[in-house]
Structures are given as C-alpha cells and as structure tokens.
Design a protein around this ligand. Structure first.
Ligand code: SAH
Ligand code: SF4
Ligand code: F3S
Length: 445
C-alpha cells in the first residue's frame, strides 16, 4: 500500500542532512507528509553514517531492535554512507529491511519504493559513481534562514583512515550555473546564509577543467548575487587552500572570515601515515599566509588522536599545534578502525584508555584556549545573523561571521535579520551581548 507519511532519521555530517532534505522533497512531491515520529510513519528511512564505529553501531542497534514485531505495514529503508559500506549484506542481517539506497542513487529513491511496493521484495541500488542527475531544487528545507547547497560530491584524497572515498565515490563537481541558480532562488526566498557543501569544496572544478571555474571563481560569482548576505563553506583540505581563496575571503563582502582548516595530526610521521599530503611546516606556512591576508580570520580543525603507532611525543606535537594556532573550533576524535581503509592493515595499537586520555587532554587544552578567546571578544561589536529564540529562553540567538554563538535581548521581528551586537560577557560557550542601534560609532567585526 502506498505510504502516506514518512520519517527520516539522519546521522552524520551536513552532506547527509542535505541529502535528507532532498529525499524529503522527493517524498513530498509524491504526496507523502512528514510524520511526527518514527513510530507513526508508514515509510521510515535511516540516512546513515559510517565515519566511526559508533556511528554505525547506533543504527545497527536500532535496526536490530526494530524486528518484524514492530514493523507493522511500514516500509523501512537504509540510505547514506552505511548503505554504501554494507550494501545488500544489510538484508541478511535485517530481514525486515525493505530497501538500501546508496549516496549516489538518491534520484532513484522513488523507483526503489515503487519496486518494493510492487514486488514485495528487498531492493537495493548502490552505484559506485555519482551521475549529475539530482534535482537539488526539490529540497525541503526546515530552516528558513540558513541553507546548505551542494557544490561537489565525493572525495579523491584517500586519507588512509577514512571511508568517505568509498562511501561517496570520486569527486564530481556540480555545474556552476546550477549552483548559481539555486543560490539565487534561495536569496530570493529570503535566505540570509548559504553554506556551500562538499567533502573538499576547494577541489571544486578540478575534475572539469573545461568549465574554467575553480572554487574561488565560483565564490566571486556567488558573491555577486544581489541580496547575498553570507556565504560559508565546508569542508576544505589544507592542500587545496589557495592564495586566490584567501584573497576571496579578504575581498568578498559576503564570504565569512571562518575557515575549517583540518590538520588531523601534529606530527609529520603520522601525517604521512595518514596520507594527508602536507607536512606540518607546509601547513603552518599556509596558516601564516592566510592570517597575513585576512588578519582576523577564525580557524577550525579536525583531529584524530590515537592513530596507529602514535606515541606520546607525537601527541604532544598535536598539543603544541593547538597552543600555536589557537583554533576557534576543534572537533577531536579517537581513531576508529574502518573496514576497507588502508589503515586497517596497521594494528590499532594505541589502547582505548590512552586514546581517551589524549582526547580529554586535548579537549581540556582547547577549552582553555576557547575561554581566552571569548575573553578577548568582550567589549567588541559583532554582526550577528539572528536565527531563533535561545532554547527554553526568551533571548534571541544567532552567530557572528566567525561562527560564534551570541545571545541577546530582542523581539521576534529580528529573527532572520542581521544585527549588531555588543558583547559584554559569556556563559559557557555562548557570548552574551546587547543590541546596538544602527549607525552607532562602534566598529563592527
Ligand atoms: N572531508 C573532511 C572530513 C570528513 S570526515 C575533511 O577532510 O576535513 C570528518 C572527520 O572525521 C575527519 O576530518 C576526521 O577527523 C574524522 N575521521 C574520519 N575518519 C575517522 C576514523 N576512522 N576515526 C576517527 N575519526 C575519523
Ligand atoms: Fe576523508 Fe580525507 Fe577525504 Fe576528508 S579528505 S573525506 S578525511 S579521505
Ligand atoms: Fe558520515 Fe558519510 Fe558524512 S560517513 S560524516 S555521513 S560523508
């Protein structure tokens, strides 16, 4: 029976969140409405992530518990990266699963559901390569202020620990006209901030030299869209961060001064083993150049601690990088061995307790740095995009261009607007401030 309602549970990164929005749009077009929760849905989709073991275990546990008993007449499907990592082997483990659709087959979701309905059999579609055939404009977005826009899918970097090149396939850039068109429509609909998405946004266009449009060229085009307030991008690989990109951040009014610049480890031996294709020295030189060109840029990073054979001294090099660079944001992970990746051939020899001890020490250091950073921000006035009321509170919440969360008193009419906020204190991670009248003499950052 044709399902009437759907629920999509999303795991993993922003790319999965956007894929969920595109699938939701396809289902809405088919006439389905969003269910309030998993239990009340006729069609239940798990859009999954494989990046670390825990991410997979969460979904596997859920699928296991959801046996025949509470399946009822519901259709259950798995999409996303775990669908690519496990393909039809999922059917053997979970006989109550109806379909598996990979990251490169989102367009085929409707056909797959039809096949499940007509054949009553388990159906899977998991192509290794992405063909540019997605209707991005169909995306059903819940946030009316900020939107994600895909510009490149896949990854060709093959870091030795990472499943993404296998779960998302090789890099395929989206035609620039299609991106510009989508962004123009979003701006016309009132969107104030657009985040350009890809595993490596700064490889954009390299697979299509005939377009003559590299990442920075695309940014110049997008900045020209009338009404474009803010552009962000994520994520980027340090090797592809070019001088042209740095200049674009300096010169384009809409491009925010925040760069995710993931180093992953502080030791050259580990970086080489990770196949990150840069040395610590090269990385530091790029950061120095970026800071010279864009003096008040904020930086983010990702780190893996406890990579196979990492010694305490090598971990200390990562700590030293943190002290030196002073990132605004750091996502720190314990190494998790992944099936199908080259790193699996090395023994996962750093004991769990050592990994977690390193994780904790690095997080503590980052917290100290973040507190100092917040203290330095006090007394300044920042441009804040107002997003909503603070959870459970009466204050408005938004983010600065450098990605800091700020709360302040104000009324509902300010939601979706850019305001100037004078920061006077902070509570935990959040800055607290007061609204500043336009045209005040304060310098806005
Ligand atoms: N394309 C992005 C990363 C996407 S995955 C980039 O290169 O920056 C997000 C982060 O997960 C990675 O940056 C890495 O820090 C972490 N990660 C990936 N594989 C991992 C693994 N096997 N174990 C632990 N962390 C991992
Ligand atoms: Fe994974 Fe490396 Fe590609 Fe990032 S650049 S997605 S870490 S393989
Ligand atoms: Fe996870 Fe896939 Fe994203 S593995 S982090 S959902 S690209």
């Amino acid at each position: 029976m044709e399902p009437k309602t759907y629920f999509i549970r999303t795991y993993g990164c922003q790319m999965n969140e956007l894929d969920t929005e595109i699938m939701a749009g396809q289902l809405a077009k088919r006439g389905l409405t969003a269910a309030a929760d998993e239990e009340s849905s006729d069609l239940l989709i798990f859009n999954t992530c494989s990046i670390r073991d825990l991410a997979e275990r969460k979904v596997m546990g859920k699928l296991g518990r959801m046996g025949r008993v509470d399946k009822k007449n519901r259709i259950i499907g798995v999409t996303g990266c775990m669908a690519m990592a496990k393909k039809d082997s999922l059917f053997r483990k979970f006989p109550h699963l109806d379909f598996v659709v990979g990251t490169n087959n989102i367009t085929d979701l409707g056909t797959v559901i039809d096949q499940v309905l007509y054949t009553k059999k388990q159906v899977f579609k998991t192509d290794d390569r992405f063909e540019e055939n997605l209707d991005y404009l169909i995306a059903k977005r819940d946030n009316p202020i900020k939107a994600h826009v895909s510009i490149i899918r896949g990854c060709d970097k093959y870091c030795t620990y990472c499943v993404v090149p296998y779960t998302r396939g090789e890099e395929v850039s989206r035609p620039p006209d299609s991106i510009v068109e989508e962004c123009r429509r979003l701006v016309d609909q009132g969107y104030k901030e657009i985040t350009l998405l890809g595993q490596n946004v700064n490889s954009y266009g390299k697979d299509k030299p005939e377009w003559n449009c590299l990442f920075h060229n695309l940014l110049y085009r997008l900045d020209q869209i009338p009404g474009m307030e803010r552009i962000r991008f994520m994520t980027s690989h340090p090797i592809d961060i070019t001088v042209e990109l740095m200049q674009a951040i300096r010169d384009l009014p809409s491009l925010c001064e925040f760069v995710h610049f993931p180093i992953q480890a502080g030791s050259d031996r580990i970086l080489k083993k990770m196949h990150r294709i840069y040395t610590k020295e090269q990385y530091l030189e790029k950061v120095a150049l970026l800071r010279k060109i864009v003096p008040h840029v904020s930086l983010g990073t990702d780190i893996i601690v406890g990579f196979p054979t990492e010694t305490e001294e090598e971990f200390q090099e990562t700590m030293e990088i943190f002290r030196q660079i002073r990132y605004s944001v750091a996502y720190i992970y314990a190494y998790s061995p992944r099936k199908g990746t080259p790193a699996l051939r090395w023994k996962d020899d750093v004991p769990e307790e050592v990994k977690f001890d390193r994780l904790q020490r690095l997080m503590d250091l980052q917290n100290e740095i973040a507190v100092e950073e917040r203290q330095q921000m006090l007394g300044n006035t920042y441009e804040v995009l107002v997003e909503c009321f603070n959870k459970g509170g009466t204050q408005l919440k938004g983010r600065t261009r450098c990605w800091k969360k700020v709360i302040f008193e104000g009324d509902e009419s300010l939601i979706g607007t850019l305001q100037q906020v004078h920061v006077h204190s902070y509570s935990h991670q959040t800055l607290v401030g007061d609204l500043v009248k336009p045209n005040s003499s304060l310098k806005v950052i």
